[in-house]
Design a protein around this ligand. Structure first.
Ligand code: G6P
Length: 481
């Protein structure tokens, strides 16, 4: 039996199935998963996650009770759940990614969507089943009084479901996304928003990345659920139980990031990039091609900057890395096409024989991203809304004199805003001016700001972030104020 358990949709590893039926294991992707993988390596945590693909399902079926480590894989303790594919897809694509992600990032084009009809009700049932599968597995694996750390919007119902099965457990939920204000959250049907909020309130401790998202959650509980909220104490009391609200601003392990960024594959990408761009200044962005990341407006801002400042022609290149994401959803496929169209417009208007104004890369390459960070003069991070945004933290660690242009709607702005050039992500002209200001920022000022940005970015590395939440469950504390 396990005394600390972690639950998330995406696990630390994934499998691909070759034509001959053989399975290849890869380490999981994404900021949250790689941060947590480092943490659990050092502690004895059982990680419960979902099978995401046919490859994963193949591996689970060969593992006793889904325990990958007991099937001989070097994963640390992992139980992967083989949730029926149709249930999984409705829960993950239709509810988690197309609905809850859209609500919390304010992404809807409201004259046209959402529409919560009978089809959505069926999708919601799958989301309930998916959460119940996690709650059941956690109930089976947890020792008496164990601590269970449930992650993200995929698993909002699991805390309350688990509490019914196992009232002895200490349960935490953590939201890695923003939280919507009540007037937007209430787009969801009333019964569903109540189920969702009370699902999280099944936890003893509900964690958020910033004060702003924690406050929005408290507002939703008060307005939409009628819960009793104590903002000074950061507690919510509902149906006789009290949940503590914590703020834990996930940061970066700077030493580990540097160790990786000094490896030879990164150095060779730096050499290749330098050959391509010469001594031009570099404006860098690194994102998943994700609707909330605001890549199209970022490109429009760069275009506007080039129009306003012909003196910079030939002296600057924009490296835009936009990696594929969630291509099961049509909105994401369309968005990727829109990014490519915007890039082409810039190349057509400004590009010439001896100058690439823009280099857009749409294929994933971590070593190349690290090379770009190290060479950046300006880092552009302009999401329309973001839980934290670890790019804004990784960049200043690897590029000590890089100027940061940062959206005020990224969670990271709470910690980094004072030393960044802060923009309204919808204001394309404002962002164009910010790019110019960032390029013109004097060297000494960059260095001063860089030192402070690095200190803030490394303040709460994943290991401390995780330990703080375990401690909050032990002591009933609500985290730093
Ligand atoms: C981002 C968010 C996380 C979320 C993850 C899911 O990294 O910050 O909150 O869990 O996306 O991404 P996926 O690729 O697994 O759908």
């Amino acid at each position: 039996m396990n005394t600390v358990l972690l639950a998330s949709n995406r696990g630390p590893v994934s499998f691909t199935l070759a034509e001959d039926g053989s399975l290849t294991m890869r380490r999981g992707g994404g900021g949250m998963v790689s941060g947590l993988s480092e943490v659990v390596k050092e502690t004895d945590v059982l990680w419960v996650c979902a099978a995401l693909s046919d490859g994963d399902r193949g591996a689970v079926r060969l593992a006793p009770s889904g325990r990958l480590d007991q099937a001989g894989y070097d994963t640390g303790p992992v139980r992967m759940l083989d949730i029926p594919p149709a249930t999984f897809h409705r829960a993950y694509n239709a509810v988690a990614n197309s609905t809850l992600w859209f609500v919390n990032h304010l992404l809807y084009d409201t004259p046209n969507s959402p529409q919560f009809d009978m089809r959505f009700r069926r999708e919601w049932e799958s989301y309930q089943d998916y959460n119940a599968a996690f709650a059941l597995a956690l109930a089976e694996e947890a020792a008496h009084g164990a601590r269970v750390m449930i992650q993200d919007y995929h698993l909002t119902l699991a805390p309350a479901m688990l509490r019914v099965e196992r009232p002895d457990l200490r349960i935490a939920h953590f939201s890695h996304t923003p939280w919507a204000p009540p007037e937007y959250f209430s787009l969801l049907p009333d019964a569903i928003s109540a189920e969702l909020l009370s699902g999280i309130l099944g936890a003893d401790h509900a964690g958020f990345l910033t004060v702003r998202w924690a406050s929005a959650f408290m507002d939703c509980c008060e307005v939409l659920l009628g819960a009793q909220v104590d903002r000074a104490e950061r507690t919510i009391t509902y149906e006789g139980r009290t949940t503590r609200i914590g703020v834990h601003a996930l940061g970066v392990d700077g030493d580990a990031l540097w160790a990786r960024a000094l490896e030879p594959d990164v150095e060779s990408h730096m050499t290749a990039l330098r050959e391509r761009v010469g001594d031009r200044k570099l404006i860098v962005r690194i994102d998943r091609t994700e609707l909330s990341k605001n890549i199209v407006r970022g490109l429009s801002a760069y275009k506007q900057f080039l129009t306003d400042h012909p003196e910079w022609h030939g002296k600057v290149t924009h490296l835009a890395f936009a990696y594929p994401s969630r291509h099961d959803l049509p909105e994401y496929r369309e968005y990727t096409a829109a990014v490519q169209r915007s890039a082409k417009e810039i190349e057509d208007e400004f590009g010439g024989e001896d100058w690439d104004p823009l280099i857009l890369n749409v294929d994933d390459d971590y070593a190349r991203s690290l090379a770009a960070y190290r060479m950046a003069d300006v880092l552009l991070v302009n999401p329309i809304r973001d839980g934290m945004n670890l790019v804004a933290k990784e960049g200043p660690i690897l590029a000590p004199t890089c100027a940061l242009v940062l959206s005020r709607e990224a969670g990271a702005a709470a910690e980094l805003g004072a030393d960044a050039i802060v923009v309204n992500p919808y204001d394309v002209s404002g962002t164009a001016n910010a790019l110019f200001d960032a390029l013109m920022l004097p060297e000494e000022e960059r260095a001063k700001r860089g030192t402070r940005l690095r200190a803030a970015a490394t303040a709460l590395p994943p290991s401390r972030w995780f330990a703080d939440q375990l401690a909050a469950l032990d002591h009933g504390a609500s985290g730093p104020q």
